[in-house]
Ligand binder design. Structure first.
Ligand code: UD1
Ligand code: CA
Length: 510
């Protein structure tokens, strides 16, 4: 096997982004292991890029580490290195390429130069995203107070299968970590597992790791084997049991991903409920990590709140609605089965049911968009109403304007999009089409069923439909003529009931 020095190692400094760290703790470097492929997921996407709880696994791990204010955070990348680096680019993480991936211990050796002279190395797998900052802080505190060479975050679980097991020397010290595949039959009973989250004193780690051999069926250098080497030397090795075993869940399979996702979602719902939001049948509601809400807002079952959605206070989001990057003022009611994407609704609005509010829509104060209405890049002015069955795209409506049912803005000629400008207190009769570019002045009326292709000045009536013709008695006369022309013909009933005539009879009735 190639020695680590011979391996290509890139160090890329990602741009400084949103992270505003506290005073850096210059003794601590964090290493996130994220080079593996994740074979058990059966995916073309690298494991750590899979989402759970609305973020990639990797991003969640980095976010848990940021408040520790380490000297640096290193991500060991390999599979889809560029994409993994890009996913955490804004979080001030340095990537180190591990190519090929010869195990978790090998990953640490590849990172050695980037770790430099840090005294403490905190290691996390990129696939265990539920870990909390508080738990990491407690782990580091235990490491310091125990004067340990290594401190492992462990967990006691009912089903330990798949995980490395903690083999204790005494109540307070660890002898080894035994990988699942290497357990002896009596070790199978051990239910304290290795989370793959550790704290190492660097001066103890490196010599131990140098002695680890790839003696396992994958011919990999396991970081876990360094534990037995340290323990055998008499170095203090501790294991701290995580307060909640769910925090260390690793994602090796799709089922693991689903379980982790569900836990993130539950945490987020609890966060909002603690902040004063009512959530009915919480387990049916999906909320993204960046969503915020004011107090006394009610979220009905089967709602999804995604992206950077911000709800005001006293809103009601009724069942089946999906909001993505939606910003709602106070007291907004979103009726059932409404979709809102990248749009603003001022306070006091009601929207839906069955409305689709597409990007760039702004419903001003008291505006009403009702059932089966689609808006896109549309400003609906104060108190204006689009109550039913309309498409309003690339349009600007003034205040207190009423749009009749079935009104359509024809904003697109197949190549370009054009605007429709409608003033204040305008009345658009039902089933009108407004062929853009077109302007309807303040106070104008549009007759129902019009196809408006020219601007309508303020206070005018625009009527663009053919005049109605009414012919008195026409229908009655028609009926009489039809009855006469049928007279004398045999009724189909009286005919011989051959198959052929039955068929003809049927077709005539169509
Ligand atoms: C590992 C631990 C096991 C522990 C479990 C917890 C080892 C040998 N075993 O097993 O004791 O119970 O995590 O979830 O460490 N990685 C690299 N480079 C590599 C190999 C892996 O960066 O060469 C990364 C992976 O991308 C992953 C992490 O290390 O994020 C852990 O690797 P994985 O293959 O998931 O290890 P497990 O078999 O789960
Ligand atoms: Ca794993």
């Amino acid at each position: 096997m190639a020695t680590p020095v011979a391996l290509r190692s890139i160090v890329k400094r990602a741009g400084r982004g949103e992270n505003t760290r506290a005073m850096p703790n210059k003794d601590v470097v964090i290493v996130i292991l994220a080079a593996g492929k994740g074979t058990r997921l059966k995916s073309s996407l690298a494991k750590v890029l899979h989402p759970a709880g609305g973020r990639s696994l990797m991003e969640s791990v980095v976010r848990a580490c940021l408040p520790l204010a380490p000297k640096k955070i290193l991500a060991i990348v390999g599979h889809q290195a560029e994409q993994v680096t890009a996913a955490i680019e804004l979080l001030d993480v340095e990537s180190v390429l591990q190519q090929p991936q010869n195990g978790t211990g090998h990953a640490m050796l590849v990172a050695k130069r980037a770790i430099g002279s840090a005294k403490l190395v905190v290691v996390l797998p990129g696939d265990a995203p539920l870990v909390r900052t508080e738990t990491l802080k407690a782990l580091i505190a235990t490491h310091h107070s125990g004067n340990a060479a290594a401190t492992i975050l462990s967990a006691v679980v009912t089903d330990p299968s798949g995980y490395g097991r903690i083999l204790r020397k005494s109540e307070n010290s660890v002898a080894a970590i035994v990988e699942d595949s290497q357990l002896t039959p009596d070790q199978r009973e051990l239910n304290e597992i290795n989370s793959s989250i550790y704290c190492f004193s660097a001066d103890k780690l490196w010599p131990a790791l140098a002695r680890v051999k790839p003696e396992n069926k994958h011919r990999e250098i396991y970081l876990t084997d360094a534990i037995a080497i340290l323990a055998a030397k008499g170095e203090p090795v501790l294991a701290q049991i995580a307060p909640d075993p769910r925090e260390v869940l690793g994602c090796n399979t799709r089922a693991d991903l689903a379980e982790v996702d569900a836990i993130f979602r539950e945490r987020k719902r609890n966060e909002l409920m603690t902040a004063g939001v009512t959530i009915q049948l919480p387990e049916t509601v999906l909320i993204g990590p960046d969503v915020t809400s004011g107090e006394d807002t009610v979220i009905e079952p089967c709602v999804q709140l995604l992206g950077k959605t911000k709800l005001g206070a006293n809103c009601t989001i009724r069942t089946g609605s999906v909001l993505h990057d939606a910003v709602l003022g106070d007291g907004v009611t979103v009726e059932p089965h409404t979709m809102i994407f990248e749009s603003h609704l001022d306070g006091g609005n009601t929207v839906g049911p069955f409305a689709r509010i597409r990007p760039g829509s702004h419903l001003k104060k008291g505006a009403r968009v009702g059932n089966f209405v689609e808006t896109k890049k549309a400003v609906i002015g104060e108190g204006s109403k689009v109550p039913h069955l309309s498409y309003i795209g690339d349009a600007k409506l003034g205040s207190h304007t009423n749009i009749g049912a079935g009104t359509i803005t024809c904003n697109y000629d197949g190549v370009n999009k054009f605007p429709t400008i409608i003033g204040n207190r305008v009345f658009i009769g039902s089933d009108s089409v407004l062929v853009a570019p077109v302007k309807i002045g303040d106070g104008a009326y549009i007759g129902a069923g019009s196809a408006i292709t020219e601007n309508v000045p303020p206070n005018a009536l625009g009527l663009a439909r053919s005049r109605q013709t009414t012919k008195p008695g026409w229908a009655a006369k028609k009926r009489r003529e039809m009855a006469a022309s049928n007279h004398g013909k045999k009724s189909p009933k009286k005919r011989s009931a051959s198959k052929k005539s039955r068929r003809r009879g049927k077709s005539r009735r169509k």
